[in-house]
Design a protein around this ligand. Structure first.
Ligand code: AMP
Ligand code: GLY
Length: 420
């Protein structure tokens, strides 16, 4: 098979790494890719938001399956363009990607499906939104309706902060994404991520993980794209997973199908669990980054068979073979991230790190310059390890971190603290 993966982050490196291990994979192309991905795939420097360019690349390489990594091309309809041209694609249509691209849409679907979320209201005017916030009181959560690269959510401790966020969003800091604002009840509890594959009808549980969104240790400081993750997430017990499937995920998938916009791809449920009761925080319509890295580490080559079956509507009867192990990934970011960060610093020591089915360093924002790897993004490396226990995975991953020589980068030292 010839396979094309769209994206350039650690998520896509881990997907490429797992897919490439499957003997069915003849040729692997990643667009645009990065310095680490170039070791396992051919990188094609195209704009993945340009559906026509993606179709042209897929045609030129006689691609049998396209795997779409990030949400932006999905929301822009690139999967639709590929399907219209006859390609098999892992990833939802633009209509189904609304589950991530519009927070109000997700609330409407979940209300129709009876799936528990926070109490909510939507506004297109700042005055009415602020009036609602004053009536509800704090803490309260203010969200730009549309895609805002993970930055469109303000968890406000007081009414003044919430009102300031409303003014900023309607003032246009997120462009069109903030033309509507969703205000939600603050939910307490522990967050975790649950992934399922869905071919429009059949739902196949695909693992659990926990991310670390804050930049600082003990979950302090500003939000980031994610500073580290581990899988499985013990808070998602078998009982909680069954509850999430029955009350949240299956009703959502059925409602999407009923509306004529079936969901196909990976559905990522961000959950808040309090006293054994799970509520949905949000859906994403793609793998989490860095959660994907720990899932791929645990699953390896079978990922290709599963994603292909999903794209071809054959999930019924498929099973995921778990090894009963644990994986943990530490994100190394450039100094300054998530604010303005250093660029082009040299990363030393990569060549000395083990790369096997237990330990892998996935690249995110890296580029090769004159045979050397330099940091060109905010999140740069995902130092990932598997172990028989989470403690073993943790020790292996941090031993790799300590073997790197990169003064231009930093990481959190406490990834996994809730479970350890
Ligand atoms: P999102 O961009 O929707 O993932 O939101 C970012 C983060 O904000 C989530 O991971 C939660 O930590 C937090 N958050 C979002 N909505 C709520 C809510 N209703 N109650 C509490 N925390 C929330
Ligand atoms: N790690 C969080 C996300 O991918 O949205």
């Amino acid at each position: 098979m010839n396979i094309l993966i769209l994206g350039s982050g650690g998520r896509e490196h881990s997907l490429a790494w797992a897919v490439n291990q499957n003997p069915k994979c003849d040729r692997l192309i990643v667009a645009p890719g990065n310095a680490g991905i170039a070791a396992v795939a051919d990188c094609a420097d195209i704009d993945v938001m340009d559906g026509a360019a993606v179709v042209e690349l897929a045609e030129g390489a006689s691609v049998d399956l396209v795997i779409v990594g990030p949400e932006a091309p999905l929301a822009a309809g690139v999967a639709d363009d590929l399907r219209a041209a006859g390609f098999s694609v892992f990833g939802p249509s633009a209509a189904a990607a609304q589950l991530e691209a519009s927070k109000a849409f997700t609330h409407e679907i979940c209300d129709a499906a009876g799936a528990p979320m926070a109490e909510w209201a939507r506004f297109s005017q700042a005055g009415a939104a602020k009036e609602y916030v004053r009536a509800q009181g704090a803490p309260i959560v203010v969200k730009a309706d549309g895609l805002a690269a993970g930055k469109g959510v303000v968890v406000a401790e007081d009414v003044a902060t919430a009102c300031a966020a409303i003014d900023e969003m309607f003032g246009g800091i997120f462009g069109d994404a903030g033309a509507e604002v969703v205000i939600e009840e603050f939910m307490g509890g522990e967050e975790a991520s649950f992934f399922v594959l869905c071919d429009g009808e059949t739902v196949l549980p695909f693992g659990t993980a926990q991310d670390h969104k804050r930049v600082g240790e003990s979950d302090t400081g500003p939000n980031t794209g994610g500073m580290g993750a581990y899988s499985p997430a013990p808070v998602l017990t078998e009982a909680v997973q069954a509850q999430v499937l029955d009350r949240i995920i299956r009703p959502t998938v059925a409602e999407m199908a009923r509306r004529g916009t079936p969901f196909q791809g990976v559905l990522y449920a961000g959950l808040m669990i309090e006293d054994g009761r799970a509520r949905l925080v949000e859906y994403n319509v793609r793998f989490g980054d860095p959660e994907c890295q720990v899932l791929m580490m645990r699953l390896g080559a079978q990922v290709l068979d599963l994603l292909q079956a999903c794209a071809e509507g054959r999930l019924a009867g498929m099973t995921v073979n778990w090894a009963g192990d644990h994986a943990l990934t530490v994100v190394m970011a450039a100094n300054g991230y998530p604010g303005a960060y250093e660029k082009d610093s040299l990363i030393g020591g990569l060549g000395g790190l083990p790369e096997d089915s237990f330990q892998m360093t996935f690249h995110a924002g890296t580029t090769e310059q004159d045979g050397k790897v330099v940091a060109t993004g905010g999140r740069v490396l995902n130092v990932t390890a598997r172990g028989a226990s989470l403690a073993e995975a943790h020790a292996r991953a941090y031993a790799m971190v300590d073997a790197l020589d990169w003064p231009g980068g930093f990481c959190r030292r406490d990834i996994g603290w809730r479970a350890l």
